[in-house]
Ligand binder design. Structure first.
Ligand code: GRF
Length: 218
């Protein structure tokens, strides 16, 4: 592993973290995970990181009652100490303050389980079912201070099937998340992603957008 130093912020299960760990195990992958940082000591993703020999840290938000800036400053310090260049939010369940978002502007990305800008926030799969959409999916995007807003890097769509419940739909989307997140990190680490007027341009790929639209292929 070598290349762009990535810090992954988690709060729980860590299956997207696992997808990044697996991708980075390929010697040709242009990024390495320098730190996995959790706000919860019992996050299952911490064990995944430790199992892969990756440095971990816990900054528990409950240790900073009423002082969110101090919590975020502690996280920022851990990331800087580890030499992190790109922050990946992967199921990190705390809203970040504008100062932290600005400090990592265009160097912090998130994965969200919907085709943004539809279904920002929580319970995206049930809300997609309730809305009756035929197509759902996931988005990797740059982080801005408004929740689930920011320039879109990669999207992958999945069909919504007649007998789906939220669990079945979540599983279908999650399989695509595990493709989309490593792809976005790869493109950034290769230096191919630029933000222009709050839209992402990816250089060196087919003009039809093939490499940033996973499903359906253009
Ligand atoms: C994923 O669905 C991701 O899109 C959302 O939170 C979930 C995290 O899952 N932001 P995991 O911890 O990566 O398994």
């Amino acid at each position: 592993m070598a290349g762009l130093k990535v810090g992954v912020l988690i709060s729980g299960r860590g299956s997207n973290l696992q997808a990044l760990i697996d991708a980075a195990a390929d010697p040709d992958f242009p990024a390495e995970i320098a730190l996995v940082l959790s706000n919860k000591a019992d996050a299952a993703g911490l064990a995944r990181a430790a199992g892969a020999g990756i440095a971990t840290a816990v900054v528990d938000h409950r240790g900073f009652p009423g002082d969110k800036p101090a919590f975020e400053a502690a996280m920022d310090a851990r990331l800087r100490d580890a030499g992190v260049e790109l922050v990946c939010l992967a199921g990190f369940m705390r809203l970040l303050s504008p100062w932290f978002v600005d400090a990592w502007r265009d160097w912090m990305i998130n994965i969200h389980p919907s085709l943004l800008p539809a279904f920002k926030g929580l319970d995206t799969h049930q809300r997609a079912l309730d809305a009756g959409v035929r197509v759902h999916g996931c988005t990797v995007h740059y982080v801005r201070s408004e929740m689930d807003v920011g320039p879109i890097i990669v999207q992958a769509a999945v069909p919504v099937l007649p007998d789906d419940d939220a669990h079945a739909l979540a599983g279908r989307v999650l399989a695509q998340e595990h493709r989309a997140y490593p792809l976005a990190v790869r493109l950034i680490a290769e230096g191919r992603v630029r933000v222009e007027n709050e839209r992402v341009r990816v250089e060196g790929h087919a003009p039809d957008g093939a490499s940033v639209l996973l499903n359906p292929a253009p």
